[in-house]
Ligand binder design. Structure first.
Ligand SMILES: *[C@@H]1O[C@H](CO)[C@@H](O)[C@H](O)[C@H]1NC(C)=O
Ligand SMILES: *[C@@H]1O[C@H](CO)[C@@H](O)[C@H](O)[C@H]1NC(C)=O
Ligand SMILES: *[C@@H]1O[C@H](CO)[C@@H](O)[C@H](O)[C@H]1NC(C)=O
Length: 434
């Protein structure tokens, strides 16, 4: 596109957006907002025109995330010294607005489906940024004692060996950060639903750069998660639609409970790993590039609860990562079908002249009982100047001895992904959530 056309388009967009009501004011309560989007509470720099660099910057955190996901069995606490000050956007990619306490205090929490517990920075927290939950201003707040059963469910628990005490824990997050918190309870309001006595971590100190500034909403499968704590309210079902990375003005949505889910949706069984109870494992059985079913040794796809091998769907990793042999096989087949030469851009090793994009094959993930054909925007990303298109996936980083395949954000854009723990299945349907 030449400059005048671009400028015109931008201008037209600007007009149409200023004429419409402020999209941020009219959002439904459970909107999912991209941290770089217009409605982001974190006031990020506008990512255009270096969009691909923004994505690559976000993806720079993926190796740490993968290391973290791969280490969930060991549950080791990474100890990092407490240092105040953090990079505001060194956090998960999507936030959702919730309210804590009575009356409700608004917090924009990062959505994390691979993590169980919810936590929020509390007044007085060391190293946290400005927006904090104030327990003193809530009439429904109470702390939890070490002797209570909920307390045994948190990871990194540090209760006194004898006697009573606040349920205190210290644990790692995101591979390079840790937080110290006490377990407390208060009401959590999600859209129109108020959940009373919701147990969450009240953060007293953080270290590292990956702690979400306004807390985290744990949507994992384990005992402390939103699904576990809400029981029959949502019957173990939620779904999200992540807005396109490029849709600056739009947001997606979180839907809780079976009633609000699509009636027609293809599903695949959810696999349960007792060693990693938080993670949503699925049975990825193959990958197609165009009409070719890529030859992959089934051992790299197989689910193994002991080693943690298999495939998960994660809302916190930016680009999909396959174990090296799978990625290489997919990439090689892709390169066969697209005109080279190929170059690299950050984590992407298969970039080609964008004018050859018309010939780019559709990539499909085959899950047991569900074939997901990726829309082009979920498999290709363009360089800032628009002259290159890159295959938007990568191999697990070298320094992560990973056996885990992670289906990440970029590949989930504009899809409704439904997690149904009651019927042990995951549903995926195309949805333009922007
Ligand atoms: C909350 O109230 C308690 C008891 O009145 C007080 O000791 C504490 O300093 C207050 N905390 C904050 C952060 O205001
Ligand atoms: C967590 O515990 C470790 C080891 O005791 C400590 O070094 C670290 O500073 C603690 N983290 C926080 C945020 O308090
Ligand atoms: C995954 O699907 C394949 C093909 O349907 C099946 O043979 C295999 O047993 C499944 N794996 C698990 C762990 O369910």
């Amino acid at each position: 596109m030449d400059m005048p056309t671009k400028a015109l388009l931008f201008f037209a967009l600007l007009i149409s957006c200023t004429q419409a009501a402020d999209p941020c004011a009219t959002q439904s309560d459970l909107s999912i907002i991209h941290v770089y989007g217009k409605c982001s509470p974190f006031d990020p720099p506008k990512p255009e025109p270096n969009w691909v660099n923004t994505v690559l910057n976000m993806a720079a955190k993926d190796p740490a995330r993968l290391r973290y996901l791969s280490s969930l069995v060991a549950q080791k606490v990474v100890s990092v010294p407490i240092a105040p000050g953090q990079q505001v956007l060194g956090i998960g990619n999507y936030v959702v607005r919730v309210k804590l306490g009575t009356p409700g205090q608004t917090m924009y929490m990062v959505l994390d489906n691979s993590y169980d517990a919810t936590w929020a920075p509390c007044a007085g927290c060391t190293g946290c940024s400005s927006t904090m939950f104030s327990p003193n201003s809530s009439t429904s707040y109470s702390s939890l004692d070490c002797s209570l059963p909920q307390c045994t469910q948190v990871q990194g628990l540090q209760c006194p060996a004898t006697g009573a005490g606040a349920c205190f824990f210290n644990r790692s997050y995101g591979g390079d950060s840790s937080l110290a918190a006490t377990l407390v309870k208060d009401s959590l309001t999600l859209g129109k639903d108020a959940v009373s006595n919701y147990a969450f971590g009240c953060i007293t100190a953080i270290s590292g750069r990956s702690i979400p500034p306004e807390g985290l909403l744990g949507l994992g499968r384990g005992p402390m998660s939103l699904l576990s704590q809400t029981g029959s309210l949502y019957s173990g079902v939620f779904s999200y639609c992540l807005p396109s990375f490029r849709s600056y003005y739009f947001s997606g949505s979180l839907k809780l409970g079976p009633a609000s889910q699509p009636k027609r949706i293809q599903t695949t069984p959810l696999l349960k790993n007792p060693h990693r109870p938080s993670l949503y494992y699925v049975n990825l059985t193959g990958i197609s590039v165009g009409r070719v079913l890529v030859p992959i040794d089934p051992k790299f796809l197989a689910f193994n609860p002991t080693t943690g091998a298999g495939t998960i769907i994660d809302s916190g990793t930016v680009i999909t990562r396959f174990v090296q042999p799978i990625y290489t096989a997919v990439r090689d087949e892709f390169r066969k079908q697209v005109q080279g030469p190929f170059s690299s851009l950050g984590a992407f090793d298969t970039c080609f002249t964008a004018t050859n994009e018309a010939a780019a094959p559709i990539i499909a993930f085959h899950f047991q009982g569900l074939d997901l054909k990726l829309p082009l925007e979920n498999s290709l990303i363009h360089s800032s100047a628009g002259s290159l298109a890159c295959l938007a996936m990568a191999a697990a980083p070298n320094n992560v001895n990973s056996v885990l395949n992670v289906i990440a954000n970029l590949q989930q854009q504009n899809l409704r992904v439904m997690f149904d723990t009651a019927n042990s299945q995951i549903g995926i349907a195309r949805e333009l959530c922007n």
